[in-house]
Every structure is written in C-alpha cells, then in structure tokens.
Design a protein around this ligand. Sequence first.
Ligand SMILES: *[C@@H]1O[C@H](CO)[C@@H](O)[C@H](O)[C@H]1NC(C)=O
Ligand SMILES: *[C@@H]1O[C@H](CO)[C@@H](O)[C@H](O)[C@H]1NC(C)=O
Ligand SMILES: *[C@@H]1O[C@H](CO)[C@@H](O)[C@H](O)[C@H]1NC(C)=O
Ligand SMILES: *[C@@H]1O[C@H](CO)[C@@H](O)[C@H](O)[C@H]1NC(C)=O
Ligand SMILES: *[C@@H]1O[C@H](CO)[C@@H](O)[C@H](O)[C@H]1NC(C)=O
Length: 378
Amino acid sequence: MTGKKRFASKSVIFLLILICIVVIVGLLSQFKLQSSSTEFSYYNHHDNLLEYPIKDNKKIAFLFLVRDNLPLDFLWHNFFKNADPENFTIYIHSKPGILFDKSVTKSAFFYNRQLRNSVEVGWGTPTMIEAEKLLFKAALDDPRNQIFVLLSDSCVPLYNFSYIYKYLISSPRSFVDSFIDATDDPREKRYNPEMSPDIPEDKWRKGSQWITLVRRHAEVVAYDHDVFPIFEKHCKRRPLLDLSKGNESLIEQQQHNCIPDEHYVPTLLAMRGYEVELERRTLTYSLWNQSTEPMNTQAWHPVTFGFSSASQKNIQDIKDIDHVYFKFENRTEWCGTRSSSGPCYLFARKFSRGAAMRLLTNGVVGPYDPSTLFLDPT
Ligand SMILES: *[C@@H]1O[C@H](CO)[C@@H](O)[C@H](O)[C@H]1NC(C)=O
Ligand SMILES: *[C@@H]1O[C@H](CO)[C@@H](O)[C@H](O)[C@H]1NC(C)=O
Ligand SMILES: *[C@@H]1O[C@H](CO)[C@@H](O)[C@H](O)[C@H]1NC(C)=O
Ligand SMILES: *[C@@H]1O[C@H](CO)[C@@H](O)[C@H](O)[C@H]1NC(C)=O
Ligand SMILES: *[C@@H]1O[C@H](CO)[C@@H](O)[C@H](O)[C@H]1NC(C)=O
C-alpha cells in the first residue's frame, strides 16, 4: 500500500466517523428541540427564567376564588410550607383593586398572586363563572400546571401537601361533581327550555362548583365562548320574594331558578363529550343542613364548621368517607385512585378561622410548629 493510498483510506474512515458524529449530534439536538417545544416552549420566550434550574415536576395550580382576602391563609401557609416550591402555583381572584401584599395577608405565598384583570362578582350570577374562567386562563399560561384545583376562601385541605399531590397527579381524570338534575319540584327545575337547542336538555347537569380539572379540561372551560353567553342570558338565580316590590316580585318567582356555577362546568363538559373522562364527584366536602326546607335560604349554604365541630373525630369521619351516592341516578361512586380505594375528600368547606386553627394545631396539614407560623417561605 502506498503512502498516498493509506492516507486516502484513513481520510475515508475519518470522514465516516465525522459524518456519524454530525448525524448523532443532529439527532440529539432535534430530540432536545422537540422536547423543549412541547414542555418548555414558554421559557424560551422568557430568557430571565433560564437562569434558574428548571425541574420538570408537574405542578398543581391552586385557584382561590375569594370575596376579598384569605381568612385561612395561616393554615394554607403551613400546607405550602411543606411542599416543594417546584410542585405548585397559586392564583387568586378577588375584588378588582385588592392587591395581595403585607397589608392583606401575612403569608408570602400569596404576595402578588391576585389576577390583575379580576371582575366584580355577584354571588349566584354568571360573573362567578367569568371569574373562574379567568383563573383557569391565567394558570394555563404556565405549561407545567397540569392539575387545576378551584377553592373558596373558606376551603381547607384535609391532608398534607405530598398526600394531596400524589392523589391528584396519579389521576388522569378531572374531578367534577356531575349528575342529572331530575328534581320533581317544577319550581326547582333549573333547565330553561329557551336554552334549547344550544344546550340540549339531555346534556344539562348539576354539581358542586368546587372542581379539579386536568389541563385539557381546563382549556375547554377557559376558552369556551359558545356556551357561556347562553348561561349569561338564560341562567339566573331567582331573587328572594320581596313583598315590598308587589307583583313585580311575584312575577320574578315564576322565573327559572338557575344558579350558574352549579351547572356550567358539568354541562359544558357533558356537551363536549368529556363526561367519560371524569370522576363524577367533587373532592371538596360540604355539609348541607338537612333540617331546613328547600326554599329556606339557610338550605342554600353549607353549614360552617366552628372550633367545636372541627374535632379530630369529626375530621376523621369526613376522611373515612370512601363512596358517594347519587340518588337521582342510583349511582354510587367509589373513591380513591383507580387501583386502590381511598378517601373521597381532600378538601372541605366551610371552615371558620377557629376551626382552621384547630386543624393546624392538630397537625392535619403537617407538623405544627408555632415559631414558624408566618416566616418567609424562601
Ligand atoms: C403526609 O400525610 C401522609 C398521610 O396522612 C403520611 O403518611 C405522610 O407521612 C405525610 N408526609 C409528610 C411529609 O408529612
Ligand atoms: C414534587 O414533585 C416530584 C415530581 O413529581 C415528586 O417526586 C415529589 O414527591 C413532589 N414533592 C412533594 C412535596 O409533593
Ligand atoms: C301589578 O298590579 C297592578 C295593580 O294591582 C296592576 O295594575 C298591574 O297590571 C300588575 N302588573 C302586572 C305585570 O301584572
Ligand atoms: C340548620 O337549620 C336550622 C333551621 O334553619 C337551624 O336552626 C340550625 O341551626 C341549622 N344547623 C346548623 C348546623 O347550622
Ligand atoms: C339501584 O342500583 C342497584 C345496583 O345497581 C339495583 O340493585 C337497584 O335495584 C337500583 N335501584 C333502583 C331504585 O333503581
């Protein structure tokens, strides 16, 4: 073999190796590009975030729909203190103009978490749904938010963060209380025939407002612009009988009594064919006063737990509930994740500050250490 030939074959081998390297590097970078365009495309537009190490933990978005402030912030503070900050985000919808800072909350977890575009909410009106949609929309901006939990200002967690995180992340389904509204009392019939055919009567559902959605269902709710306007037009709460308004009030009593937030999400998801992807129950326990007449205003609100009713025994009784029964459908929902049975409820309402303090000191959300009650989480 001449020196020239040896050189040539050596260069061929060198070239082949070079091509291999180029191909491998090309494949790798393409793979990287693909994964970044699905999971982390958000960060590419926000260069300053690249300075922080990016973990790929799925996040749970806690969406607080509140009247003004968060009276139970001390309990939630302890709940979040025991969490990995990479595993959750917080969003608050409150009255326009309220800014969550030191003057509103002692917990730094809530600083600046209030939506800037919040709306004035009339309880029992479609503005409540509007506020919910704004919360989902804001939380969808973070691509790592995978589960979206809607909570009120009187909701409490019944477990520590890691328990709730595992429970929610292991479910591929949303948790939406949803049942056929089959009351016999015509005055309580919520479906308004004027909604037909936009909302078919066989898709009309009722259920608790307090839902937990996976990302694809949160998108359906946040970006729905077809069904919501029909609710705005035809689903209104009937005002209370006011004799001073004379026959005007009597006429109002003939209207459909429709409480939008108890129908919108389950009806929308049923219309769009997502009902098969739901756990058709809520994760938020509420206790309804059985001893009142249905038309009594007391019956429209759940019982509030005070210090004395938040005993360890009562809380354990709620945690021990492992199924719910829907009488209109003769349907029993067994709770827990798909492989094993477990508790139905991760949250409960309505809790007073005293009741929440009792949960805190009983260690419900984690070990209780009074000295760290409101220290900065960072
Ligand atoms: C959280 O609660 C669960 C069940 O109540 C318990 O088994 C677990 O040890 C707790 N985890 C932490 C980090 O406290
Ligand atoms: C945070 O998320 C990671 C990854 O999903 C998980 O392994 C870890 O247990 C979570 N931490 C807590 C406190 O839940
Ligand atoms: C309300 O009552 C007044 C007086 O009884 C009557 O003139 C009026 O027509 C009533 N209005 C309606 C809409 O029934
Ligand atoms: C239930 O309603 C009745 C009648 O309105 C009232 O007297 C009672 O205090 C209520 N119970 C609870 C636990 O709030
Ligand atoms: C309800 O369902 C159960 C079990 O599926 C059945 O045995 C029972 O007869 C049903 N009851 C009614 C009233 O339909």
